[in-house]
Write a protein that binds this ligand. Structure first.
Ligand code: 13P
Length: 253
């Protein structure tokens, strides 16, 4: 079964109102070509900027996502955002378990799993992030670490329709260092095998696995050509519409 390539921009904590609106508009203008090539486009702005970016996208074939959500639907959780609120704001995806949240906010696999379950409860697709640190890779433990994160972070109810896995080696994020296409493919094949061991074969075959970590126009085509790399989760290059759309073009090529 063919998997629809997903090119997702994680804007992280970047952009003031005018920049975010301009970026949304520029992505919207260029989105038809990606859509025509069968590539799904997604942007994940900071939570407070989701409504103005939704307005800037104005019906273009670009989906919206949050960068995080709380596990609960409501309650005394100052500063947090519920998955239901993201859905109300027009989101269809939410990133959970990004390594920056695991590091900055001490989120462990159980927390990430609860957030993924919240996403499903709210009708959102969860983009569940996993990835090893440089020290873990150097110690030859990358696959073992990723297996543990998958086992702990993916809910039992994960399906190809409600879950996307993102492999983001921590040492490649924001550093300009990228996993070689062959190394990334090795990890993606390992993730697919873990999915096959836990879920139905069809689910494992259909679930998308994104690569993230310094994906740029110059390296995207080679990465996206790998058989188990089904798209990209893009940080820095997603802040420039031209770069983001060029990556999407490489996916559709
Ligand atoms: P960069 O593309 O800036 O390396 O960020 C990757 C990332 O963390 C996306 O979630």
């Amino acid at each position: 079964m063919a998997r629809t390539t997903l090119i997702a921009g994680n804007w992280k904590m970047n952009g003031r109102l005018e920049e975010a609106q301009a970026l949304g508009r520029a992505v919207a203008v260029g989105s038809d070509a990606a859509f025509a090539a069968g590539v799904e486009l997604l942007v994940c702005p900071p939570a407070v900027l989701i409504p103005p970016v939704a307005a800037a996208l104005a019906g273009a074939p670009v989906k919206l996502g949050g960068q995080d959500c709380h596990a609960a639907a409501s309650g005394a959780h100052t500063g947090d955002v519920a998955a239901e609120m993201l859905a109300d704001a027009g989101c269809s995806y939410v990133i959970v378990g990004h390594s920056e949240r695991r590091a900055d906010h001490g989120e462990d696999d159980a927390v990430v799993r609860a957030k993924a379950e919240a996403a499903h409860r709210a009708g959102l697709s969860a983009i569940v992030c996993v990835g090893e640190t440089r020290a873990e890779r150097d110690a030859g433990r990358a696959l073992e670490i990723i297996s543990g994160q998958l086992a702990g972070s993916l809910p039992d109810g994960a399906s190809a329709a409600n879950t996307v896995v993102a492999y983001e080696p921590v040492w490649a994020i924001g550093t300009g260092l990228t996993a070689t296409p062959a190394d990334a493919q090795d990890v993606h094949a390992h993730i697919r095998a873990e999915l096959r061991a836990r879920f139905a074969g069809e689910t494992a075959q259909a679930m998308r696995i994104l690569y993230g970590g310094s994906m740029k126009p110059g390296n995207a085509a080679e990465l996206l050509a790998q058989p188990d790399i089904d798209g990209g989760l893009i940080g820095g290059a997603s802040l420039k519409a031209e770069e983001f759309l060029t990556i999407a073009g490489a996916a559709g090529a």
